[in-house]
Ligand binder design. Structure first.
Ligand code: GDP
Length: 354
């Protein structure tokens, strides 16, 4: 996965822009990430990971390139978005392009900041947003069933298999079940959903925007029922934190929760990090859990997957403990792995290729 993108969604005035500003305040050298999108609504955010810097220090690397996540600031959604209300369609097509959704939920009370529904009720707001996604998906599914019906009549083998799968899902969708939940029980539906890029198939992190440390039990229960994760943070406080110096943050005893948000994005998308390191650069790479060494090589350079010979692998902490490659080789700590090797989080890898 060259670039991971998370869409920030939610009703108006819940703190989406504030969060986006906090996330993107620290500039990233975009030249290091040619695959990233250049767009004012897309922020490239470094993945906080002390391992990259530690490796870079050991190797006195000239360049340090952390992994990044793209956050997309998507215009506020309103009731009826699926029917084109507000910036409805634009909003929904932006979500389609993301890997995961960060749904900002207003939990903070503030009489000066208008709520579109005139009251603070996070559970209701989650339902409002999710209903719009479901309605849009329903439209997509109905459209596809229409074309599939013709394919079935024409004897298309794939359509004959997929048509009943999609029809079955439509009934569940109408009852308010997301594609994300449905595919947990019905793995056969995954491939069909992928082709349709369903909005409700994307994993969601609920970002509970509040300066309190806890959220209500009803809200927790709601998020639990959706099989999703949440992060509690105050977008306004996060924006304050990034505007202060490190010293001031320490003195005030503030603690950013943005790393926890990015961490959650990795978790829900089943992502891990491996490293390449040397004098020229130390770099963190993002891959899906379960990828083999040649596939990981393909993330570094598309040719490496085909021309892969072997990988020299050592866990990052072992490399740091022994103090460098010479010592690691002497102690037999660098393993030689072949095509079948499944890369582990924290591996430092050198790909040998033809
Ligand atoms: P958006 O419409 O979702 O993008 O919302 P904004 O980020 O523009 O925020 C709307 C208003 O809520 C702004 O005045 C923010 O300063 C304020 N706001 C954001 N986060 C918090 C928070 O945690 N607490 C309070 N009290 N206000 C916040």
């Amino acid at each position: 996965m060259a670039s991971l993108s998370v869409g920030i969604v939610g009703l108006p005035n819940v703190g989406k822009s504030t969060l986006f500003q906090a996330l993107t305040k620290k500039p990233v050298n975009i030249a290091n990430y040619p695959f990233c999108t250049i767009d004012p609504n897309v922020g490239v955010v470094q993945v906080p990971d002390e391992r990259v810097q530690k490796l870079a220090d050991l190797f006195k690397s000239k360049k340090v390139i952390p992994a990044v996540v793209e956050f997309v600031d998507i215009a506020g959604l309103v009731k009826g978005a699926s029917k084109g209300e507000g910036l409805g369609n634009q909003f929904l097509s932006h979500i389609r392009e993301t890997d995961a959704i960060c749904q900002v939920v207003r939990c903070f009370e503030d009489p000066d900041i208008i709520h579109v529904e005139q009251s603070v009720d996070p559970v209701r707001d989650i339902d409002t947003v999710n209903t719009e996604l479901l309605l849009k998906d329903l439209e997509t599914v109905e459209k596809r069933l229409g074309t599939m019906e013709k394919e079935v009549k024409g004897g298309d083998k794939e359509a004959i298999i997929n048509y009943p799968i999609l029809q079955e899902f439509k009934i569940t969708l109408e009852r308010g079940v997301s594609a994300f939940l449905y595919q947990k029980e019905h793995p056969e539906a995954k491939a069909v959903f992928k082709e349709l890029q369903l909005l409700s198939a994307k994993p969601v992190i609920y970002l509970c925007n509040t300066d309190k440390k806890e959220i209500s039990e009803v809200l927790k229960k709601k998020i639990g029922e959706l099989h999703s994760s949440f992060v509690i943070l105050s977008a306004r406080e996060e924006l304050d934190i990034v505007s202060l110096s490190e010293q001031e943050v320490l003195e005030l005893g503030l603690n950013s929760r943005l790393p926890a948000l990015i961490q959650k994005a990795y978790e829900i998308l089943n992502l891990i990090t491996f490293f390449t390191t040397g004098l020229d650069e130390t770099r963190a790479w993002t891959i899906e859990k379960g990828m083999t060494a040649p596939q990981a090589g393909g993330v570094i350079h598309s040719d490496f997957e085909k021309t892969f010979i072997r990988a020299e692998v050592i866990p990052w902490n072992v490399l740091l403990e022994v103090g460098g490659y010479t010592q690691a080789y002497e102690k037999g700590q660098v393993r030689t792995e072949g095509k079948e090797y499944v890369v582990q989080d924290g591996d430092v890898i050198e790909i040998k290729h033809g």
